[in-house]
Design a protein around this ligand. Structure first.
Ligand code: FES
Length: 152
């Protein structure tokens, strides 16, 4: 059956009717119209769907929405403060950290967690942390450079 769920996304509590099996990814995109978070593989292998839950990165395709009620969910739409980009968003622009852009929201959310959790001290540690976020265009060196710029 369908139940009412409450999700706190980017600081705003949203309610929706959904079946308990709905993923956080589908809830964000299809119920809450937050389509910045992307669906690549839907199987935990590409990182396009990465969001933060209580500050920790998760693959939203592997997370049930019902499990993250009462937690703080942050999506790419929540990074900028009004017109002011998050420093990592600006760094992605400065370093051409994307080509087609499909993986970019997930790259940004993983990158934010990388910086916050102290894994951005070296290029190698950034590459290791970001290894679950695939980019079919091959923008990896530019993505690493963008994250390193914010760290320094
Ligand atoms: Fe979730 Fe690929 S869509 S990891």
């Amino acid at each position: 059956g369908v139940t009412e769920m409450r999700l706190k996304v980017n600081g705003t509590v949203r309610t929706m009717q959904a079946e308990p099996r709905v993923t956080l990814l589908d809830a964000l995109r299809e119920r809450l119209d937050l389509t910045g978070t992307k669906k690549g593989c839907d199987h935990g292998q590409c990182g396009a769907c990465t969001v933060l839950v209580d500050g920790k990165r998760v693959n939203s395709c592997l997370t049930l929405a019902v499990m993250v009620q009462n937690k703080e969910i942050t999506t790419v739409e929540g990074l900028a403060k009004g017109e002011e980009l998050h420093p990592l968003q600006q760094a992605f622009i400065d370093h051409d950290g994307f080509q087609c852009g499909y993986c970019t929201p997930g790259q940004l959310m993983s990158g934010v967690a990388c910086l916050k959790e102290g894994h951005a001290k070296t290029d190698d540690s950034v590459r290791e942390w970001m290894s679950g976020n695939l980019c079919r265009c091959g923008a990896y060196p530019n993505i690493v450079a963008a994250i390193r710029q914010v760290e320094q």
